[in-house]
Design a protein around this ligand. Structure first.
Ligand code: F6P
Length: 329
């Protein structure tokens, strides 16, 4: 393969730039040419494609966001969108693509592979909700940002004897809430993966203040419910503390990536190029027990694929979030 392209798709995540940089530098060292596609699949369809060289990725490893821009583009799920994108790839002589994004982006990578353009997926999202990898690019930075914010909120919580509900991102996954909650010493953590009772939290708050604690921090994942709704339900369950809600929001997506995110992004980016160099597409790179691993994106559960097609054309996730060893055999 002589010419490949790289794109970022879905929500931006810190470390995406480090991954792009690794793709570009590794590809050049393998004698390939690299093109950047702006705005993900939307840019592919629009032909927003330009050549990258080694200097294009200088001073990018530590920068947040994605310098190739990103977009959510559901139209790429349709054949018409895919064919329009492929027409552009052909125009630029591109033979393979590295797709950095979430699982929606992986489906696009699979479709490209089926149409004869091998594509490799890299898990770029702060949510850590991608099957086939222990960690996604951006998760470590997002959690670090959330912990920094919660540490600050604790100052106000302690100064005023206030209870704080801190809502963090994660879509339907509770990983950011769990990690940020543990690392900041939260008093309660609520995640979509585990049931809880408001009455128990109310008791916990009361007991804490009775014991002489001067703060109470509850970290909730956005997938549980919005912070304001949570506060309402807590009051209805009998909470009589001075309660405030803080929604951390998009600050969790921004900022310079942590060392860990820079390193896993760089390793994964380089591996993606090796796979394309060897003509392999339709796979996603992940990290398991600190080793890089690859999984087929689409296929049967028995083959260890991440997703299967259902008889009515839908998609099933074969392996639960952070599937066990069987995925990596
Ligand atoms: O997937 C990353 C994420 O930040 C989620 O945590 C959040 O639910 C969503 O994206 C927000 O999307 P948007 O930036 O499009 O509002």
């Amino acid at each position: 393969m002589k010419r490949i392209a790289v794109l970022t798709s879905g929500g931006d995540a810190p470390g995406m730039n480090a991954a792009i940089r690794a793709v570009v530098r590794k590809a050049i060292s393998e004698g390939m040419e690299v093109y950047g596609i702006n705005y993900g699949y939307a840019g592919m369809v629009a032909g927003d494609i330009h050549k990258l060289d080694s200097a294009s990725v200088g001073d990018k490893v530590g920068r947040g966001g994605t310098f190739l821009y990103s977009a959510r583009y559901p139209e790429f799920a349709q054949l018409e969108g895919q064919l329009a994108g492929i027409e552009q790839l052909k125009k630029f002589g591109i033979e393979g693509v590295v797709v950095i994004g979430g699982d929606g982006s992986y489906h696009g990578a699979m479709r490209l592979t089926e149409h004869g353009f091998p594509a490799v997926g890299l898990p770029g999202t702060i949510d850590n909700d991608i099957v086939g990898t222990d960690y996604t690019i951006g998760f470590d930075t997002a959690v670090t940002t959330a912990v920094d914010a919660i540490d600050k909120i604790r100052d106000t919580s302690s100064s005023h004897h206030r209870t704080f509900i801190v809502e963090v991102m994660g879509r339907n996954a509770g990983d950011i809430a769990l990690w940020a909650g543990i690392a900041s010493g939260a008093d309660d953590i609520c995640i979509p993966e585990k049931e809880f009772k408001f009455e128990n939290i109310v008791n916990n708050i009361k007991k804490g203040y009775e014991k002489g604690k001067n703060h109470h921090i509850i970290v909730i994942a956005e997938g549980v419910m919005h912070g304001e709704e949570f506060a309402k339900r807590l009051k209805e369950a009998g909470d009589d503390s001075d309660l405030r809600v803080s929604v951390l929001g998009h600050i969790q997506r921004g900022g310079s990536p942590t060392v860990r995110d820079r390193v896993i992004a760089s390793r994964m980016g380089a591996r993606a190029v090796e796979l394309l160099r060897d003509g392999i597409g339709g796979v996603a790179v992940g990290i398991h027990n600190e080793e890089l691993v690859e999984s087929k994106i689409l296929g049967t559960a028995e083959e260890g694929a991440l997703f299967s097609l259902t008889s009515d054309g839908g998609i099933t996730v074969n392996n639960p979030h952070k599937a066990g060893e069987e995925l990596y055999k």
